[in-house]
Design a protein around this ligand. Structure first.
Ligand SMILES: [Zn+2]
Length: 304
């Protein structure tokens, strides 16, 4: 199966009462770990990169997003499961437009510094460009609180207002809407966020496009399953994959005398001693665990 529009994946997910995971990547191994999981589990999947990170002004090396787009397009077109490919959460509008040109088939604007009206204007503009080339736009109404690990504090959020959400989708014609319903960005560890189920239910009745839950890492698992039953069609997972990658590499280094090993075995040959394979397989394991929660396993074969 090749690259497919994300809206087709999400409509299918709603029809069959599951959610599609967006498992965010940052390099080749992290993306391959995701697609390995999707193929092994016969699950539809959304792959992609964080546009806010790739385009971040503090990056030491300015990235060429065409490299990232080329990788994702190749993965999607050779995978045997349906795949959508997103450039997630960038506040840089020209970069979002460039991402469409480069080959991502979904983009999402980070609206954190925008008013409601500004966000409507930006998204109308992006939808116009995206739809003209068979690509799509995800947007967000409301604001997720976010954990700042350096200071161990949490930024303030704002729950999604159902009337605003309905109005926004009608005015902009976006293809999917992320909502703030108690979910938190970058929440790790034992503490889990609980969701306002009444709000999820209201939003899924009011909003005409599929709903998205960001902050999938930190949501209570019971609540996650309930929210999917009520109408969440896409769940974003990022932080836990990064943590899994770090932990795998840490475990690798702590259990081996790396200085005594052949560098070709450690980085290049893809065998049991290859640290990148080690990290890639750890990601695959975590993605499979999340796909089980989302109910997306074996759903690829139902997709036509
Ligand atoms: Zn997010």
């Amino acid at each position: 199966m090749a690259l497919v529009p994300m809206s087709r994946l999400l409509t299918h997910a709603r029809q069959h009462a599951y959610a599609v995971g967006y498992f965010e990547s940052w390099n080749m191994e992290s993306m391959l770990g995701v697609i390995d999981a999707a193929e092994q589990m016969e699950s539809p999947v959304i792959i992609g990169f964080n546009g806010g990170f790739i385009g971040h002004e503090d990056r030491i090396v300015t990235e060429n997003i065409y490299y990232y787009a080329g990788l994702g397009r190749a993965v999607a077109s050779h995978a045997n499961v349906p795949v959508a490919f997103i450039f997630n959460e960038a506040d840089n509008v020209p970069l979002l437009v460039k991402a469409l040109k480069a080959g991502f088939n979904v983009i999402m604007h980070d609206h954190e510094s925008c008013t409601f009206e500004e966000s409507i204007e930006v998204n109308k503009y992006l939808v116009g460009i995206a739809h003209a080339q068979d690509a799509e736009v995800e947007a967000e109404i409301g604001l997720l609180p976010a954990v700042d690990m350096a200071t161990n504090t949490m930024t303030a959020g704002e729950n999604t207002d159902p009337d605003e959400a309905e109005d926004f989708v009608r005015q902009t014609d976006v293809d999917a809407l992320a909502i703030a319903v108690g979910n938190v960005h970058m929440l790790e560890g034992q503490k889990k966020s609980s969701l306002y189920m009444d709000l999820v239910e209201t939003l899924s009745k009011k909003v005409s496009v599929p709903l998205v839950l960001h902050g999938g890492t930190g949501v209570d698992e019971h609540d996650l399953k309930e929210a999917i039953k009520l109408g969440i069609a896409k769940v974003n997972v990022g932080t836990i994959l990064r943590r899994t990658f770090i932990d795998a590499l840490k475990g690798y280094y702590l259990s081996r005398e790396v200085d005594t090993l052949d560098p070709n075995d450690v980085t290049s040959k893809g065998g049991e001693m290859d640290m990148l394979v080690f990290a890639r397989r750890a990601i695959t394991g975590e993605v499979i665990r999340m796909m089980n929660l989302f109910g997306s396993i074996k759903k690829a074969s139902l997709f036509t």
